[in-house]
Design a protein around this ligand. Structure first.
Ligand code: PMP
Length: 360
């Protein structure tokens, strides 16, 4: 079978067993004579998938009944607006700016005329780090961070403490490691990196925050409460995406859940960063060592930037996809989400060594 190694930042690869499972029952779901795509979202058959996916997410993260899970549409981008629309109470919303994605979230708060403040930023060093000494005000309406910065390859090693509810864009490190939910008010991300296909945005929200909105001019679909009240079945949800998400969550549980995922991801990242650090300066990582992401490894060919497109093209010929860096940063980016195996990373590392030997 012709399957490439997929290092794309997203949409990224899905587990082969998930794709095969979906393929097998694409036309007749569990021998019922219809595809899961072809039935009502109000049917018992679909509800089992929908609530089954939610149960698996609860099992993986282990948070309590005070949280609801939503499967929304509009991507992380819509959450940039839904968060301030729903959670601002006329006080101040506080943000940490760690790059393109937090900048976009801040821009939406601004657009909506919401009182907000950037309490820490790493812009001065081209977003190569997570800012030090992050301190949120106890009475902030919410405290917003992005745990993993997909473009710059930086990641929080622990969550900042916050009395105000933490709001987290976890788009690119969702389901990659266990999380302590103590301070978390809302966590969200598109499914297309670690959880399934694009088109489903998973939102985990503390129930009291969904009740917060006190503004009858906010459209129905943009209110968290609309969706929590309806158990995320207010309108027709992206049913096929939720089905694939359910299968992917099942796969993750079979692999040992988030503790095991964290170990596997750390081993992969160590291998790749070691290859960069031991390349005698041929490759150079973007992020500061202490803040390096275990999901997105952004680096350059420091010896000669002109070799970067050659690297990407040759890697593609060797069966490795998606290694071109984001246009904001250039260079190379290897995204090593849950589905990328240690062996896949070994293949990349061997390729990198050979490329450096030939061109160094
Ligand atoms: N936040 C982060 C951290 C991301 O990596 C991305 C997408 N790469 C987004 C937000 C935007 O996601 P979407 O395209 O689902 O709106």
């Amino acid at each position: 079978m012709n399957r490439k190694i997929n290092f794309s930042a997203g949409p990224s690869g899905l587990p082969l067993s998930v794709l095969e499972h979906a393929q097998k029952e694409l036309i007749s779901y569990q021998n019922n004579g219809f595809s899961i795509m072809e039935i009502s979202h109000r049917s018992k058959t679909f509800e089992e998938v929908h609530f089954g996916a939610m149960d698996k997410i609860r099992k993986l993260y282990g948070f309590g009944d005070e949280y609801e899970i939503l499967f929304l549409q509009g991507g992380a981008h819509l959450q940039f607006a839904m968060v301030p629309l729903n959670l601002s109470m006329g006080g101040t919303a506080e943000y940490v700016n760690t790059g393109v994605w937090t900048n976009k979230a801040i821009k939406e708060a601004k657009l909506l005329g919401i009182n907000h403040k950037v309490v820490a930023s790493s812009e001065d060093t081209k977003f190569d780090r997570i800012p030090e000494n992050i301190k949120f005000s106890d009475d902030a309406d919410y405290a917003y961070i992005c745990t993993n910065n997909t473009i710059y390859g930086t990641q929080y090693k622990s969550l900042p403490k916050s009395k105000a509810p933490l709001v987290i864009d976890a788009s690119s490190d969702f389901f990659s490691e266990p999380l302590d939910f103590t301070d978390i008010g809302l966590l969200y991300g598109g499914a297309q990196k670690n959880a399934g296909p694009s088109g489903v945005t998973v939102v985990i929200i503390r129930k009291d925050l969904a009740e917060r909105l006190d503004n009858d001019r906010v459209p129905t679909m943009l209110r968290y409460k609309t969706h929590t009240d309806a158990k995320s079945l207010y309108n027709t949800p992206p049913t096929f995406g939720i089905y694939l998400l359910d299968l992917t969550m099942g796969w993750l549980l079979e692999q040992g859940g988030l503790v095991a995922a964290k170990e596997r991801n750390a081993a992969k990242a160590d291998l790749l960063y070691d290859a960069i650090d031991n390349s005698k300066g041929f490759y150079k990582g973007h992020a500061r060592k202490t803040d390096r992401s275990v999901m997105n490894v952004s680096y350059n060919i420091a010896a000669n930037a002109e070799l970067e497109p050659v690297f990407v093209a040759e890697a593609e010929k060797a069966g490795m996809l998606g290694l071109k860096g984001h246009r904001h940063l250039g260079g190379i980016r290897a995204s090593i989400y849950n589905v990328v195996s240690l062996n896949d990373v070994k293949t990349l590392v061997e390729f990198m060594k050979e490329f450096a030997r030939k061109n160094g």
